[in-house]
Write a protein that binds this ligand. Structure first.
Ligand SMILES: [Zn+2]
Length: 233
């Protein structure tokens, strides 16, 4: 049996009251793609609901602490929080980083202990234009090319999406590589290919921020094609 786990690390741009003074200069950043992944939580909720899957999500901004980075990554903290004194930094991690990371880790471990294989779908979105360059995909599926199950699953899901809507451009390991530092990469180190497959779905934010009906239709397509890919795998 495969157990689906859905997570959303960048689901919101909330800053807890005690940290708000640090963000006076960063209001615009918080509202932008730098602060959160527009639409990612809506996708995560739809997937979780459709498959009755556990959902772990955060509505706290990635500019407070980046849940999709390892402890030692230089982007764990942002310009707003990097200069916190060591004790305050430690409190921030204890309150806003470890509970999330540990909860996801515990979910994966518990499912594997139950004899199930985990398919972890981490929901993200990307800005349509970065540094003047237009990104030419609607959806990206990120995986580690060394993990056979992830690779196979992403290819099937991609094919089902493109069949469902031939206009849709779905690219693999775009706009980022799935093997870069992140939550799925961390979990791959803990669990072998046979037990754990971690995939990040990246949706172009032009869909989340565009026409509401078209956005609903696209989210429905994601649910339906994930169902097809799960049946096929
Ligand atoms: Zn993200």
């Amino acid at each position: 049996m495969t157990r689906l786990l859905v997570t959303c690390e960048h689901g919101g741009n909330r800053i807890p009251a005690q940290y708000r003074t640090l963000f006076k200069k960063y209001r615009a950043a918080l509202e932008s793609h730098r602060g959160y992944d527009a639409g990612a939580l809506a996708v995560a909720r739809d997937l979780s609901r459709a498959f009755d899957a556990e959902l772990v999500y955060s509505t706290t901004s990635r500019l407070l602490v980046e849940l999709n980075r390892s402890l030692n990554h230089r982007q764990l903290l942002s310009d707003a929080t990097r200069e916190l004194p060591p004790a305050a930094r430690e409190r921030l991690l204890q309150r806003h980083y470890w509970p999330y990371r540990n909860r996801v880790e515990a979910q994966v471990t518990a499912s594997i202990k139950d004899g199930e294989r985990v398919l972890h779908v981490s929901s993200h979105s990307f800005t349509p234009r970065l540094n003047g360059v237009v990104r030419n995909a609607d959806i990206g599926l990120l995986y580690d090319a060394r993990r056979a199950r992830e690779r196979a699953f992403c290819r099937v899901w991609q094919a089902r999406m493109e069949t469902a809507n031939p206009q849709l451009v779905v690219r693999l390991n775009y706009p980022y590589r799935g093997s870069a530092d992140g939550l799925t990469t961390h979990l791959r180190r803990l669990h072998p290919n046979s037990d754990y497959a971690g995939i990040e779905i990246e949706v172009n934010q032009k869909h989340a921020l565009g026409d509401t009906a078209a956005w609903t239709t696209l989210r429905k397509l994601l649910v339906e094609t994930l169902q097809q890919a799960l049946t096929a795998s």
